[in-house]
Design a protein around this ligand. Structure first.
Ligand code: BES
Ligand code: ZN
Ligand code: ZN
Length: 468
């Protein structure tokens, strides 16, 4: 879709006025009858009013006002309703007129709603809306910034929506390379032999049941005058498909959507796209260990003891707890950068999804309170709200093994937290773990969030880095 800032409303264009109250409407634009109709509709609490002038459509969109994140969320949802209506009417172009401070969020809602994943459909039923002009309270820079953010989020959705039949670990790394060329960040991809040299035992163990090679992708955005001396590192789980391995998952209940298990990695790639496109003044490094998890002939098995990248040993008690195995290697690899802060994002545990559903992101960590609060603030800003779980040391008791330094499996109580505690053992820096098992993939659309891959985490990471 093409979207640009324009200076005035064309007389022949479909137009949507985005307002908080009817008083903000330009009386001269409407006939008496139209205005009476608008008032009437408002009384009936209709917040999306459609006027068919035959030569064009005029929409009046009522949305909450204010400078807080709730007003922005209201704008995203209003934009969603408008886009759905515009596509239903099969309109190709639209002018948005908005003087609200939530204009940027409105445009974001519009771009996110208009997303479709049609690659594998013969009958594509493409959305009609192709061209949008924006007049009002948004600068060209602000508009371009939000376009880049929404584009990045939609890229991440594509990556999650791609099945493993296309997106194996090698292809996943290839997609990161493609985006890096477009956005201007650096990408380096380690293949299996380099991963072996680095002795990333966790990643190699999970990969043993696969006939595809693992990859380890390093992304870097280093602007000339970065505000931070030591880098911020974003780590993303890149399990391109999770069968559970020998601890096989049942289908149809839990395997059907497991192409989403690289959702954390997709969020990292998307965030880098937005960060680089918008040239944020921070040095950021991304690490994505990637493989599928399968029960092949040589698959790692419950009972195996694995030596990890940092030489610690892990007794594998469930091969379906594979995310922590590959992330642990990435987290210990991160130590060499002496980072200021490391955040990881992963579709890590059913326990996190069971606790809060798709409504938010589970967070836990040992970084200072200020950092966690900033992250929560970002969670509100982009409406990917964060709930902090405890990270008490007592949870470590569940990970004790009699034959290795630790097991990869807790006793089931507080499963999202024991997973986080496992990961923490591979860190030596301020650390926050984000579990997106709930919101990464949804079967039915929720407002502007499309069905399938949601792109969760891209906007969260971006907002956090921007306000760092
Ligand atoms: N990828 C899954 C977690 C998941 C579940 C993601 C639902 C998205 C939706 C993860 O690898 C997994 O299988 N976790 C196990 C861990 C358990 C064996 C300790 C789980 O949550 O059941
Ligand atoms: Zn698993
Ligand atoms: Zn998994």
């Amino acid at each position: 879709m093409e979207i640009k800032k324009i200076t005035k409303i064309g007389s022949k264009n479909n137009v949507a006025f985005v307002v908080n109250t009817e008083k903000e409407l330009d009386y001269a634009f409407f006939s008496k009858e139209e205005f009476a109709y608008i008032k009437n509709q408002l009384k009936e609490e209709n917040k999306l009013i459609v006027i068919n002038r035959l030569s064009k459509f005029v929409f009046v969109v009522f949305t909450d006002n204010g400078n807080d994140y709730k007003a922005n969320q209201s704008a995203r949802k209003s934009a969603c309703k408008l886009v759905e209506k515009v596509n239903e009417l099969k309109l190709k172009e639209l002018t948005i007129s908005s003087d609200l401070s939530s204009t940027s969020a409105f445009v974001e809602g519009l771009l996110l709603t208009n997303y479709q994943f049609l690659k594998y459909l013969t009958d594509k039923k493409e959305n009609s809306l192709k061209s949008v002009g924006v007049v009002g309270k948004i600068s060209s820079n602000e508009l371009q910034e939000i376009i880049n953010i929404a584009t990045a989020t939609n890229f991440a959705k594509d990556l999650v929506n791609e099945p493993v039949s296309f997106l194996n670990a090698t292809q996943f790394a290839e997609e990161a390379k493609k985006l890096s060329k477009e956005a201007g960040f650096k990408v380096e991809v380690f293949g299996k032999s380099k991963i072996e040299t680095l002795q990333m035992g966790g990643l190699l163990a999970v990969n043993k049941g696969s006939i595809d090679q693992p990859t380890f992708t390093i992304l870097e955005w280093k602007p000339a005058k970065a505000k931070n001396k030591k880098p911020i590192i974003l780590v993303g789980k890149g399990v391109v498909y999770d069968t559970g391995g020998l601890s096989l998952k049942p289908t149809p209940n839990s395997m059907d959507t497991m192409k989403c298990d690289m959702g954390g990695g997709a969020a990292v790639i998307g965030a880098f796209y937005a960060i680089a496109k918008n040239k944020l003044p921070y040095h950021v490094i991304g690490l994505i260990p990637a493989t599928d998890n399968r029960p092949g002939g040589n698959a790692y098995a419950p009972g195996d003891v694995i030596t990890m990248h940092n030489k610690k040993t892990v007794e594998v008690l469930n091969t379906d707890a594979e995310g922590r195995m590959i992330l642990a290697d990435a987290l210990s690899y991160a130590q060499k950068y002496k980072p200021e802060l490391v955040l990881d994002m992963a579709t890590l545990t059913g326990a996190a999804a069971a606790a809060i559903g798709h409504y938010g992101v589970v967070a836990m960590g040992n970084a200072d309170e200020k950092t966690m609060n900033k992250l929560k603030e970002s969670g509100n800003n982009v409406y990917e709200r964060i709930v902090e779980f405890p990270f008490w040391e007592e949870y470590n008791e569940q990970l004790k093994s009699t034959i290795a330094d630790m097991t990869n499996l807790g006793n089931g109580l507080g499963g999202a937290i024991t997973a986080g505690k496992f990961l923490e053992k591979f860190t030596d820096y301020p650390y926050i773990h984000l579990d997106i098992a709930g919101p990464a993939f949804i079967k039915k659309p929720v407002d502007y969030i499309s069905q399938g891959g949601t792109g969760v985490g891209v906007r969260l990471f971006y907002d956090f880095i921007k306000n760092y």
